[in-house]
Design a protein around this ligand. Structure first.
Ligand code: UDP
Length: 236
């Protein structure tokens, strides 16, 4: 297999393949916080996020939500369609937590009446700032039509994921999505959906089953990601 490293991010490496328009993603064992300032490695993290993301993208595909995901090819690798990543993080929130709890001065754990969709500008040098639709247009990150598609897709993903996680006795607090354009300009869900990119709370105990255990030093990251995968395997 040709293995040209195209890009290395904080949690994944991206390689070209011999197949036109298809890339190989290799998940790393690294966890980062504070925009990469804090970094630690956890055995099995790459395998867990690859497995979890592969299962979730397969589930979403069955629910009619297309993504870049093609197939899982090993413990830590998957094939994806090549897309031009839109430089936005699309965050959906069902319960107030994290940065929004701080910004609005609302206690973490307060439910929202409607899901809240937000955009953050993907730019490490600026610490991924929160931006509004006018800023998205100004930056030419997405067109008006694309903004509408991003919001509608994010809400459709939220509906599908809330239902899936409820069956796992987990509340989907919030999560981050990324989207890309294929060569025909179609917008596809991309990147990953894992406990690195979602806040997941056990419905009975409110225990955190996500990267907050690392960000806040409150538990064993591998053990909670294993727990998420175990529950996921029971439902999808
Ligand atoms: N998130 C992410 N990558 C980021 C920033 C946020 O995956 O670079 C996810 C995060 O895990 C959470 C949601 O997006 O599920 C909302 O994060 P928030 O804005 O509250 O930021 P944080 O508290 O993580 O700094």
């Amino acid at each position: 297999m040709v293995a040209n490293l195209l890009y290395e991010g904080k949690a994944k490496r991206l390689f070209s393949t011999e197949q036109d328009g298809v890339l190989r993603v290799a998940y790393k064992d690294d966890a980062t916080a504070l925009n990469g300032e804090r970094k630690e490695s956890f055995a099995s993290k790459g395998r867990l996020n690859n497995e979890i993301t592969s299962r979730i993208f397969t589930y979403l595909n069955d629910a009619g939500i297309k993504s870049h995901f093609v197939e899982q090819i090993s413990d830590t690798e998957q094939l994806v369609r090549s897309v031009e990543i839109i430089p936005l993080e699309v965050v959906v929130r069902n319960v107030i937590a994290g940065s929004l709890a701080k910004r609005l001065g609302v206690p973490e754990g307060t439910p929202t009446k409607q899901p809240i969709v937000e955009f953050y500008y993907k730019e490490d040098a600026l610490n991924d700032p929160f931006i509004n639709d006018a800023h998205v247009l100004y930056l030419e990150a997405a067109t008006e039509d694309e903004i509408a598609i991003l919001k509608a897709s994010a809400l459709a993903v939220n509906d599908a994921l809330k239902e899936m996680f409820a069956k796992m006795n987990i509340t989907l607090i919030d999560f981050k999505l990324e989207f890309g354009r294929d060569k025909d300009g179609n917008i596809l869900l991309a990147d990953e959906i894992s406990p690195d990119t979602c806040r997941l709370w056990d419905r009975d105990t409110n225990a955190k089953l996500d990267k907050d255990v690392f960000r806040r030093n409150i538990g064993n990251l591998t053990a909670v990601y294993e727990e998420v995968l175990k529950r996921l395997k029971e439902v999808v």
